[in-house]
Design a protein around this ligand. Structure first.
Ligand code: ZN
Length: 138
């Protein structure tokens, strides 16, 4: 039998194909996004890939003015902040991602509870395809 490995590499390959995946514990049905190889509820290791719908709502957010190096390279700085949020997916799990299509210079206009839909940001770094998970207002 083929062993299923829940690695970041596989998760990223799904993201490259614009598919958001989670893992589901076959023993207790708990869902995880991003996928986990081991269930933190029952410590079960029998997990399966589950395709997420990619819709949810904003649970929390922060606007970042001084980001890590790879964000500075994308042009974000004190004058051009960006927004990071926690999204509660319709399936009930939470995932961290960039929030696009909002104005991070006006955080008062960004509302907790606003409906969001997944967006895939494709980048290339040293010839390697990378996809960042993002969400935007639905
Ligand atoms: Zn479990």
């Amino acid at each position: 039998m083929e062993e299923k490995i829940f690695s970041d590499i596989e998760y990223n390959e799904y993201l490259n194909e614009e598919t958001l995946m989670g893992s589901k514990c076959k023993k207790c049905n708990t869902l995880f996004t991003p996928p986990r190889p081991i269930c933190i509820d029952c410590y079960g290791t029998d997990m399966e890939w589950i395709k997420m719908k990619g819709t949810g709502k904003l649970a929390a957010f922060t606007c970042i003015y001084v980001g890590p190096h790879f964000m500075i390279e994308e042009g974000f700085d004190r004058k051009h902040p960006y927004c990071i949020g926690v999204i509660e997916l319709d399936e009930g799990t939470k995932v961290d991602a960039r929030i696009e299509g909002v104005d991070p210079t006006k955080p008062e206009t960004i509302k907790v509870g606003m409906p969001l839909v997944v967006k895939y940001l494709h980048r290339e770094k040293e010839g390697e395809k990378l996809t960042y998970l993002a969400f935007e207002p639905a």
